[in-house]
Design a protein around this ligand. Structure first.
Ligand SMILES: Cc1ncc(C[n+]2csc(CCOP(=O)(O)OP(=O)(O)O)c2C)c(N)n1
Ligand SMILES: CC(=O)[C@@H](O)[C@H](O)COP(=O)(O)O
Ligand SMILES: [Mg+2]
Length: 642
């Protein structure tokens, strides 16, 4: 989809040491070529584009000034690291980004020594950098730690917890705040206003002015006191005291696209002896690519596209709606009949579908920023006041708020509704974004109801069930991707808590399916039928409480039972096993098998490939059944196994 751009200067750069051999005045050309290369690569792979385009100059300047990899460069989230990957020995594989067997879309320790810290969840960079810098200082080793964190990531509490402790890192720590006034959506809250004031009320800091400020020589204690006085005075005007109060020397705002100034400023910062430094760089998301600059989301995440037009290859239209869209419509429906229904997102309005809800109910939608912990406790507070909050948070990001889920919601039995999108394997984002653990981490909590939607109709019923469920916390999980194209009901049903449903009745084999593997269970049952084995399929609906009557019946009336779920060990299958053991069914010689995600992290790939690798396809169900029945003869006869 893209011709390779001409990049004569970039062609001389394989590693950062090659950048350091260049003259400063060559750096703008290097940035230009690097930007073209990023656009060209992402046009064929898809991925996170806007963020990377915004940090091209920062990437070049940091590697020019700092001695990476001895100096540790930590990108927050890591979604902006494609230019960094290109100049750190990975250009030859850059067109494999986010593909199976290719480069990760994030920083990854196992990929390169230039990625000292892996990421993908936001706001961890300053803590990690404080750790690196403190370790270097203690061990008397050379090396700075540089954290590059976005204004969106700066809305998370963890960033402040780290800054509050940054003193320990001394002058080894440099934080670069990459302020592009964007998260995935426009950022929210007071921090945004504070940063905007800093930018609008100050001219860009020049290298010369910074050098002058840093060069003042005074006896140390006096110097510190004078510095504080100066900071307070400046802070009153600029608002920079936010960072200064936390012990940082604030440098900024600086033009994050003027690479030569950036280099000179970072040289000063590197050589300063002022304790932890915070450089406030103002950048533009999507910089240098018109279609990105002018789009509402600044091309945060794109599929393959045409470089000239910017047109994305979104594939055929008119297929079944995504689970996200089905959830959004179902929630809208609930909100229309019940004015106590409110929706909460942690900086993911479009990803969760709540952008649609927001348009209809702006006063009942709360985007709290990247602040999952706050989102959950905020929801708990609203629930305690009689509202019906739906906390729509990706399964993987809810991990961050686990204590809030336990302590603020579950123990107090508050009816917070959790809509966990991106359950199971998610494809190109890989292990960091897989929703593997929610069944295990929620299933262990007393008071929790945990559901998994088998299809889009079920999801609609489950959203309704959640809206009606006032007696405690309740969650639903559903995957990334599209539904099955089923006809949607005119009105959703309220499901009985803890009750599954029989989808197909058989005799020898029972398949207890939770979630969207139901389709594979149906295919497996069809295959088993061709072998003369009839299968019952149950869509169990509830991971907690499990339908004990149905489980008992299925386990005692079939020769073999198989559970299947898109979740790690400790989920639905574990609950069935525990129940079977408690009931003494195991002693009676029960043949029960649990299919679940493997006990390892799976790298990025197409979801269907990931599920094959995980052993969660129809073929795996059939194979498991035949093995349990010791009917290996049927393998060969029917060619089920390769
Ligand atoms: C804990 C967590 N919540 C949500 C996300 C999803 N997410 C990825 S990037 C992003 C926006 C980050 O904004 P910012 O830090 O300003 O970086 P930018 O994309 O603007 O460069 C969000 C919300 C995440 N990665 N981690
Ligand atoms: C970097 C990040 O965390 C998000 O941008 C994430 O990649 C979005 O994933 P979806 O595309 O599944 O919404
Ligand atoms: Mg941003």
């Amino acid at each position: 989809m893209s011709d390779r751009p001409q990049t004569p200067l970039l062609d001389t750069v394989q590693y950062p040491e090659d950048i350091r051999k260049l003259e400063k005045d060559q750096l703008p050309q290097l940035c230009e070529e690097l930007r073209r290369e990023v656009i060209s690569a992402v046009s064929v792979t898809g991925g996170h584009l806007g963020a990377g385009l915004g940090v091209v100059e920062l990437t070049v300047a940091i590697h020019y000034v700092f001695d990476t990899p001895t100096d540790r460069l930590i990108w927050d989230v890591g979604h902006q690291c494609y230019p960094h990957k290109i100049v750190t020995g990975r250009r030859d594989r850059i067109r494999t980004l986010r593909q199976g067997g290719g480069l990760s879309g994030f920083t990854k320790r196992s990929e390169s020594e230039y990625d000292p810290f892996g990421a993908a969840h936001s706001s961890t960079s300053i803590s990690a950098a404080v750790g690196f810098a403190t370790a270097n200082r203690l061990a008397n080793r050379p090396g700075h730690a540089i954290a590059v964190i976005g204004d969106g990531a700066m809305t998370a509490g963890m960033a402040y917890e780290a800054m509050n402790n940054a003193e320990a890192a001394g002058n080894r720590l440099v934080v670069i705040l990459n302020d592009n006034d964007m998260s995935i959506a426009p950022p929210v809250g007071s921090l945004r206003n504070s940063l905007a004031r800093l930018v609008s009320s100050n001219k860009y800091l020049t290298p010369r002015r910074l050098a002058q400020k840093l060069a003042r020589v005074m006896p140390r204690p006096l110097h510190r006191t004078a510095r504080r006085v100066e900071e307070y005075a400046r802070g009153l005007v600029t608002g920079g005291t936010l960072f200064e109060e936390l012990g940082f020397y604030y440098v900024g705002p600086v033009d994050g696209h003027d690479v030569i100034s950036l280099v000179e400023i970072l040289e000063n910062v590197r050589d300063a002896d002022e304790g932890p430094m915070l450089v406030h760089a103002v950048t533009q998301k999507g910089k240098g690519y018109a279609p990105a600059e002018s789009s509402a989301d600044k091309y945060h995440g794109v599929v393959k596209f045409d470089v000239v037009s910017g047109q994305q290859d979104k594939g055929p239209t008119g297929g079944p709606p995504s689970y996200t869209a089905v959830f959004a419509d179902a929630l809208l429906h609930e909100a229309q009949r019940d004015d106590k229904v409110v929706a909460i997102t942690a900086a993911m309005p479009s990803g969760t579908g709540l952008d649609k809800f927001q348009k209809a109910f702006p006063d009942r939608t709360f985007d709290v920023g990247i602040a999952e912990q706050h989102a959950v406790t905020f929801a708990a507070g609203m629930a305690a006041q009689g509202y019906r909050p739906f906390c729509a948070i990706y399964s993987t990001f809810l991990q961050r708020a686990y204590d809030q889920v336990v302590h603020d919601v579950a123990i107090q039995n508050l009816p917070v509704r959790f809509a966990m999108d991106r359950a199971g394997l998610v494809g190109a984002d890989g292990a960091t974004h897989a929703g593997s653990f929610d069944l295990a981490y929620l299933g262990t909590l007393p008071n929790f109801v945990v559901m998994a939607a088998a299809d889009e109709v079920e999801l609609t019923h489950m959203v309704h069930t959640m809206a009606m469920h006032d007696s405690g916390p309740i969650a639903v999980r559903y995957p990334r991707g599209n539904g099955r194209g089923l006809v949607m009901p005119a009105e959703p049903q309220r499901l009985e808590i803890g009750k599954g449903r029989i989808v197909r009745e058989g005799r020898q084999v029972a398949i207890l399916s939770l979630g969207t593997r139901l389709e594979e269970a149906e295919k497996a049952a069809d295959q088993l039928a061709t072998m003369g084995l009839s299968a019952t399929i149950a869509d169990m609906r509830f991971a907690k409480p499990i339908d004990t009557d149905l489980v008992r019946r299925l386990l005692t009336t079939h020769e073999v039972a198989v559970t299947i779920e898109e979740a790690a060990i400790g989920g639905f299958g574990a609950h069935v096993l525990t129940f079977a053991s408690d009931e003494g069914l195991i002693d009676a010689g029960l043949k029960l098998r649990t299919l679940r995600l493997p006990d390892r992290y799976q790298d990025q790939d197409k979801p269907e490939k990931q599920y094959e690798e995980a052993g969660l396809t129809a073929k795996d169900i059939v194979e498991t059944v035949l093995k349990a029945l010791r009917r290996n003869d049927l393998h060969a006869e029917h060619g089920v196994l390769a």
